[in-house]
Design a protein around this ligand. Sequence first.
Ligand SMILES: C[S@@+](CC[C@H](N)C(=O)[O-])C[C@H]1O[C@@H](n2cnc3c(N)ncnc32)[C@H](O)[C@@H]1O
Length: 243
Amino acid sequence: MVLIPLLQRCIQLLTLPVHLLSYLGLWDPLCKKIFPYVMSKVSTRYNHKLFHQKQDLFSSLREFAGPSGKLRLLEIGTGSGANFQFYPTGCQVMCTDPNPNFEKFLLKSITESSHLQFEGFIVASAENLHSVADDSMDVVVCTLVLCSVHSIEQVLREVLRVLRLGGALYFLEHVAADRSSWGYFWQQIYNPTWRYLGDGCCLTRETWKYLEKAGFSELKLQHINAPLSWNPARPHIIGYAVK
Ligand SMILES: C[S@@+](CC[C@H](N)C(=O)[O-])C[C@H]1O[C@@H](n2cnc3c(N)ncnc32)[C@H](O)[C@@H]1O
């Protein structure tokens, strides 16, 4: 359909300065600095709108505590730490994110989360978590991360490596809309520019297909429309997958 590339170009024209900066190699370093600030604001709004969904999702975390009763949790792409308020008291949290500029915002969330025990912050992509031992985690969490990673398959391989047998990956991710919908039509139009503005975020990933194929023993996955009004990232998947 010629309409899609035409409308993509129109959006690219409207955001020409970003594309020029990118052409000059200046956008990526700038975006890495600005994005944590933007996300700290966005995630407060997002948490407000999806409070009940997150509360429901994370309410079962305790069931995955190890035999000692401790819950060891690794969050990948932690960002500013928007999920900490939903974790149970006493949970041992290890944070990772490839963007070190999140640290300032993360430290603020850590200070406000005295109910948790923080084990550290590793600057790392989820495709390579080599400093996290095999079978060492009860739970891995990722929210709004698989839209941005380079390889979902490699991330899920790493998640399966670090989870103990019977541990779980908890996820809440925005995904591609139904291919026959207007939502998908608009996602395709916004996508090339959205990737720049959203630090590599892709609107049209069918992330559930990777979770289905990854080799988890059990997958609880629900498709929902997040209450985000006009936002093209409304279609979400939510649930957990057990190793
Ligand atoms: C939209 S933010 C979401 C942050 C946080 N998880 C939340 O829910 O508020 C996307 C996050 O994924 C991180 N990210 C991008 N590429 C990544 C990768 N390859 N591995 C792990 N995290 C990544 C970004 O640095 C950013 O913190």
